[in-house]
Design a protein around this ligand. Sequence first.
Ligand code: SF4
Length: 366
Amino acid sequence: MPLRCLSQHREGDTAGESQNAGNGGGRLMRPFILDHAPNAAAALQLAAMTPSGDGRVQYLAGGTQLLDLMKLDVMRPERLVNINALRRDHGQINADSHGLTLGALVRMADAADHPRIRQDYPVIAESLWMAASPQLRSMASLAGNVLQRTRCNYFRDTSWGGCNKRRLGSGCAALDGVNRRLAVLGVSEHCIANYPGDFANALVALDAEVEIAATDGSRRWLVFEDLHRPPADTPHIETTLAPGDLITAFHVPAGPWTRRSLYLKIRDRASYDFALASAAVALDLTPCGVVKVARIGIGGLTARPWRSHEAEAILTGRNLDEASAEEAAEAAFAASVTHGQNSFKPELGRRTLVRALLEAKAMEIS
Ligand code: SF4
């Protein structure tokens, strides 16, 4: 039996835009339907019942971001489908000789604490440990984490009119505004928002795949790097998911580079903060330090989870030392585009990557 619930919205809002700075903060309640799905098939069926478009239906797991954005009136779903009961089928962690499989409903804290992940995939464990707060990590699901949305101030505050991500064609207030935290790689003239997550940067570095169930009953595996879209001229469309698509699992293939891996996160404060720059690095080295394989993800200053194939190509076959690491970092940030306040970020990103590479080389691998 669906429940009809109420969330807050501000008086005078119309779908797609809020111009409420002068309305005295008057608030009405915005109705939505809350359903509870016992399994994936039921969740997909419920999602299919809602007309597609504009995020009208949303899956509810930890709710750590969705409910925030509903309270802020940024997201306005008509139907929430509670999928927490799916943890029975999609809440397991399996590590074997083929790799690591993570159910979409695994809690961040459970994956971060998992002994096998900490030993064999430290970049995954560290990216989760360094994210959010203990309370949030205990609630948030892995799938919800990879789908988190930007913290661009203008996106989260509906009193600002100019945000192409909230309303396409309204402009981008961040281009000439407060943009210190925003992206320098993968941006467009329509949006310079940064992708705020950490775990996704580790997944992209490790060639992960994501399993997706569709409302027509089909399932498919997608290379994780293809899940998030560049902003281009449609920054409001952030992923390649179709309406109602449900993420059910992640798979990280095994490889000799996963043990020598780490996540380095640079931020204003040491906990409960988003990255200004981050690097997810995995290396397979010869005994004398020559790079056989390098896997490099970059975060904090990119428009989406970012793989630096340029840096990997420069390192492959080279002795890893400060000079080759700096050359790789130079290539990784060669395409940077800055906007005033965030012009410090390419240099911060380069230094972060160099440090991550050298620290990964120095790891003691048992
Ligand atoms: Fe909106 Fe993107 Fe511009 Fe931020 S950077 S104001 S999210 S369009």
